[in-house]
Design a binder for this molecule. Structure first.
Ligand SMILES: NC(=O)c1ccc[n+]([C@@H]2O[C@H](COP(=O)([O-])OP(=O)(O)OC[C@H]3O[C@@H](n4cnc5c(N)ncnc54)[C@H](O)[C@@H]3O)[C@@H](O)[C@H]2O)c1
Length: 355
């Protein structure tokens, strides 16, 4: 029989709940422990997860259980200490939420720890499992839109929520090219105080080494996606080539124009359908090192680096070369330079978030 992997899940909020219930539903995993500093939340979750061990302290739970998989879904202010606990626990795989960190300084430390420990790591850019996301990948990879020259991504949600999602899928559609440099502008201080601290709006360009251009916008000034009603899912990611284009709308299907004509189809981002294959691919990677997870840290790192390069360009001006060679505190940078002027919106509906 195939191995059953022991998992602990730390941070039992929205995403921790999705992860824990999906691990529990998969026979390849056993949820051996859950952790949150909010005790009532833990006690409420435990019965539906087979009554695993519960704790308000991640380090002691990890020491007691010695999990194969250390999964943490805390807010982005908590990354480095959790990666450290995961590595010390002897886990084989760390599964954690985007963004990798809040600053390139912390991100570089996270990467160094993961590289040194040679531990497998997976970052949750799980939208790519959506049928509409995969359809666009299939069209692009089939050659039906010709040679890709541009990839683009927009989201009305703000940077620390959305930017690495957008870049991850743009890079995927572009064939995972290396980025050479990035340039961007940012506006609005309102979301600097958020738990996902961000400028209200950032718009930028990415130059990939193979000549592909990336265009990205996240936040208050990003265009509406009128095909999608749910505000958080007003995201459009696509690729343009010499013979046409193909794009996905997170909450509203896909469309393409190729030499063969126009086509479109449905699909909506849905945790219930995206999470099971995302979790199953962790078992596959643990079973066979050759079956690298599609959301492996290595790929997420490249997207995070680009996100931080865009941020640094918005802070310091000019083009920022990639890969990054030094760490910086981009949040402090945004706080220092962003003008105290109200951000301009792309549509009235954005006022509910960027008042
Ligand atoms: N991949 C996606 O589609 C997606 C969607 C939403 C959120 N996210 C990301 O998921 C992460 C978590 O977001 P969320 O919405 O689940 O947050 P949340 O606030 O619902 O949950 C976070 C939980 O962590 C707990 N916590 C805080 N400190 C802790 C500690 N020291 N030890 C143990 N538990 C601790 C909190 O009590 C809370 O229950 C964020 O990084 C967010 O960006 C990803």
């Amino acid at each position: 029989m195939s191995a059953r992997y022991k998992v602990i899940v730390v941070g039992m909020g929205k995403r921790g709940g999705h992860h824990a219930s999906t691990f529990h539903a998969n026979p390849r995993f056993e949820v051996a422990g859950i952790c949150d500093i909010d005790r009532p939340r833990l006690d409420a979750a435990a019965p539906s997860l087979g009554n695993p061990q519960v704790s308000t302290d991640a380090a002691s739970l990890a020491r007691a259980i010695k999990p194969d998989v250390f999964c943490f879904c805390t807010l982005p202010n908590l990354r480095l200490p959790m990666v450290k606990i995961a590595i010390e626990s002897g886990a084989k795989l760390i599964a954690f939420e985007k963004p990798i960190a809040l600053t390139s300084r912390e991100g570089i430390e996270v990467k160094a720890m993961i590289d040194r420990a040679r531990i497998k790591a997976v970052v949750s850019h799980q939208h790519r499992y959506g049928e509409h996301y995969r359809k666009v990948k299939e069209i692009v990879a089939s050659g039906a839109i010709g040679r890709i020259h541009t990839v683009y991504g927009t989201a009305t949600g703000w940077l620390m929520h959305m930017l690495t999602h957008l870049i991850d899928y743009m890079r995927w559609y572009a064939g995972e090219p290396e980025a050479a440099w990035a340039i961007a502008q940012a506006a609005g201080r309102g979301k600097l105080a958020d738990v996902h601290p961000s400028p209200d709006y950032l718009a930028g360009f990415i130059h990939f080494e193979n000549g592909v251009r990336g265009i990205v916008e996240t936040g208050a000034g990003a265009p509406d996606v009128p095909e999608v009603e749910y505000w958080w899912r007003k995201c459009r990611i696509g690729a343009q080539g010499t013979d046409g284009f193909a794009e996905v709308m997170t909450g509203g299907g896909w469309r393409a124009v190729t030499k063969a004509g126009a086509s479109s189809g449905g699909g909506k981002m849905d945790y219930a359908t995206d999470m099971p294959p995302y979790i199953q691919d962790m078992a596959e990677w643990l079973d066979d090192p050759a079956k690298v997870h599609p959301c492996a840290f290595e790929s997420a790192w490249k997207g995070f680096e680009i996100a931080m390069a865009l941020s640094r360009s918005a802070i310091d001006g000019g083009q920022v070369p990639l890969p990054l060679t030094t760490g910086a505190d981009e949040i402090a940078g945004f706080k220092r330079v962003l003008a105290d002027r109200k951000v301009l919106l792309s549509m009235p509906e954005n006022a509910k978030e960027y008042a």
